[in-house]
Design a protein around this ligand. Structure first.
Ligand code: ZN
Length: 376
């Protein structure tokens, strides 16, 4: 049985209708942005990132080089740095940790043209495609050569496999220099995902880091905000990008917007708008974040992991974004000859955030993620 929550639908529909005008508005708003109020005084010094040097008021496009070791060819990470003329925080945005999650990557292609570093306070570091091997290799979850998941590889290893070396370079050059970090994802190329949401660690990194992480997750301005549970004893345990950041004491958040390799403004534009919202919240550009009145708050997530290799069939009666009750049938898995192996049902009542959307399924895959509604 499926209970469709009309207010969730309303949130989504109203967002869709207003997106185009929002993005048109972003261009004019940001172009006229003056120096943010309350900026720190004092001379602004050049900003260094790897081998890049960025003067105040300048934008520099370049790359972080990952040298070849262990017999592979190495790679690079394309980055843009905008360094304001006024002092302010360093905000790092990372797209493409998963190379087939395209809406974050395409949003970060647009963002620099909406900003003028001569009118900014602080520094914006944009990682356009963190995982070039996965992007050019068109892989889901894993790098194509070492079969490692970059978002399980932090803090990385300077002499490890290529995915581990990418993680090490990101930790060194992008995460550690940041005052705030946003790691931007979508559903991967095999995952349906709705609604778009921001997320933060509610228990990791200490009270101040949690408070600041929540601040930017809410300021991003999506209608759904998710809390991640858990904390980490050491940076070696913090294998996720934003977990690494908060364990280092750097406020961080995640974004999920988009699905199934689809290119659509309804997934791309909320990321662009959200990044600008956080910059406003942090005083890097003028203005106040444009926020929804009543964001939906997800206090916990429940997953179902496949117990078999086989073929996945999502139930045709459910869609991501639906409110489902515990026990609702969400799909089934058959063997490669069509014989049913298991039925997948909702492990809890809540919003169906992620549902596998393509046939291949492997034992241990998280085929379903349910968001359990809570209070912000
Ligand atoms: Zn991802």
């Amino acid at each position: 049985m499926i209970l469709r929550r009309s207010f969730i639908r309303w949130f989504l529909d109203s967002t869709r209708h207003s997106l185009r005008s929002i993005v048109i508005g972003i261009v004019s708003l940001v172009n006229i942005a003056a120096i943010a109020q309350g900026s720190n005084t004092g001379e602004v010094t050049p900003f260094e990132l790897a081998n890049l040097l960025v003067e105040p008021g300048e934008i520099v496009r370049g790359e972080i080089t990952i040298n070849p070791v262990n017999g592979d060819t190495g790679t690079f990470i394309p980055v843009t740095v905008l360094h304001g003329k006024q002092n302010g925080p360093v905000l790092s945005l990372i797209a493409g940790i998963h190379g087939s999650e395209y809406s974050p990557i395409l949003s970060m292609q647009q963002l620099p043209s909406l900003l003028d570093p001569s009118q900014m306070a602080g520094t914006l570091v944009i990682v356009h495609i963190a995982n070039m091997p996965a992007f050019t290799g068109r892989t889901v979850y894993f790098g194509p050569t070492d079969l490692k998941n970059l978002n399980r590889s932090f803090p990385g290893d300077s002499s490890g496999t290529i995915t581990e070396r990418i993680a090490y370079a990101l930790t060194t050059h992008v995460i550690k220099p940041a005052d705030y970090l946003i790691d931007i994802h979508s559903g991967d190329a095999n995952e349906s995902l709705r609604p778009s949401y921001s997320a933060y660690y509610a228990e990791a990194g200490g009270a101040d880091v949690v408070s600041q992480s929540k601040r930017i997750a809410v300021a991003f301005g999506l209608e759904t905000v998710v809390q991640f549970a858990g904390s980490y004893d050491s940076v070696d345990d913090a294998i996720y990008t934003s977990a690494q950041a908060v364990t280092l004491g750097i406020p961080a958040m995640d974004v999920e917007s988009g699905e199934l390799g689809i290119i659509d403004d309804k997934y791309i534009n909320p990321i662009t708008k959200g990044a600008l919202n956080v910059m406003r919240e942090l005083g890097m550009v003028q203005g106040q974040p444009d926020l929804p009145e009543n964001p939906l708050f997800i206090a916990d997530r429940a997953r179902v992991y496949s117990e078999h290799d086989g073929i996945w069939y999502a139930d045709p009666l459910v869609s991501t974004g639906d409110y489902v009750t515990e026990g609702t049938k969400l799909g089934m898995i058959t063997d490669y000859l069509g014989r049913e192996l298991e039925t997948i049902t909702a492990p809890a009542s809540g919003v169906l955030l992620i549902l596998f959307g393509t046939p291949p399924v492997n034992e241990g895959d998280a085929v379903v993620v349910i968001g359990e509604i809570g209070e912000l």
